[in-house]
Design a protein around this ligand. Structure first.
Ligand code: SF4
Length: 179
C-alpha cells in the first residue's frame, strides 16, 4: 500500500481517474426563473439545502457523490448545508410525496431571501415514474416556486455539477435564459 502511494506520488499519477463524461449534457438544464430573480445574484459561492421529498434514493446517491474526491463540488464554491437558514438554493429530489409536502414548504419558508429552488431529477420536475399516483403531488412546482430543472433519472453527478455551474454563471452574468 505504502509502496503504491509512493509510486503514485513520484509519478504524479492520480489515484482515481476523473470521469470522461464530465462535459455533461447541455440540454439537461432549464432555467425558468424570472430575470428579476436571477438578477439578485449570489456572488461567488452557494450553499445548498437538499431535501429528499420521497425519491427512490438514486438521485440522492448521485448528490452524495458530488462531495467525494472525484467530483469534489466544493472546489467550485458550491457546498451543502444542513440548515435551511444557511441555504441559498433548495435542491429537491423526488416527486414530493403527500407526507413530505408540508416539510418541503416549511424548509422553503425557513430559507432567507434571495433563494432559488432547483428540481433535480425527473420526479422532482413532474412526478417522473410516480406521476399520477394518489400519494404524490407530481413535482416540486406544485408545492413551491421552482426556478431551475435538472433533467435525468437520475442526473449524473457530472450533469448536476454542470447545471449548477451554469446556474452560477447565469447569476453572475445576469442572464435570464441559458440553453
Ligand atoms: S428521477 Fe429517477 S432516480 Fe431520481 S428519484 Fe425519480 S425515479 Fe429515482
Amino acid at each position: 500500500m505504502i509502496k503504491e502511494i509512493l509510486k503514485n506520488l513520484l509519478t504524479k499519477k492520480s489515484a482515481i481517474p476523473f470521469p470522461e463524461d464530465f462535459k455533461g449534457n447541455n440540454e439537461m438544464l432549464e432555467i425558468i426563473s424570472s430575470k428579476k430573480k436571477i438578477e439578485t445574484g449570489f456572488k461567488r459561492s452557494i450553499k445548498i439545502r437538499q431535501v429528499d421529498s420521497g425519491s427512490c434514493n438514486a438521485c440522492e446517491w448521485e448528490c452524495t457523490a458530488l462531495s467525494n474526491p472525484i467530483y469534489d463540488i466544493q472546489r467550485f464554491g458550491i457546498d451543502f448545508t444542513a440548515s435551511p437558514r444557511h441555504a441559498d438554493i433548495l435542491l429537491v429530489t423526488g416527486p414530493v410525496s403527500r407526507q413530505m409536502e408540508l416539510a418541503l414548504r416549511k424548509t422553503y419558508l425557513a430559507m432567507p431571501e434571495p433563494k432559488l429552488v432547483v428540481a433535480c431529477g425527473d420526479c422532482a420536475i413532474d412526478g417522473g415514474i410516480y406521476k399520477g399516483s394518489y400519494a404524490v403531488t407530481n413535482g416540486a412546482a406544485n408545492v413551491i416556486p421552482v426556478d431551475c430543472c435538472i433533467k435525468g433519472c437520475p442526473p449524473s453527478p457530472s450533469d448536476i455539477i454542470q447545471a449548477l455551474k451554469k446556474l452560477l454563471d447565469a447569476l453572475a452574468d445576469n442572464k435570464a435564459q441559458i440553453k
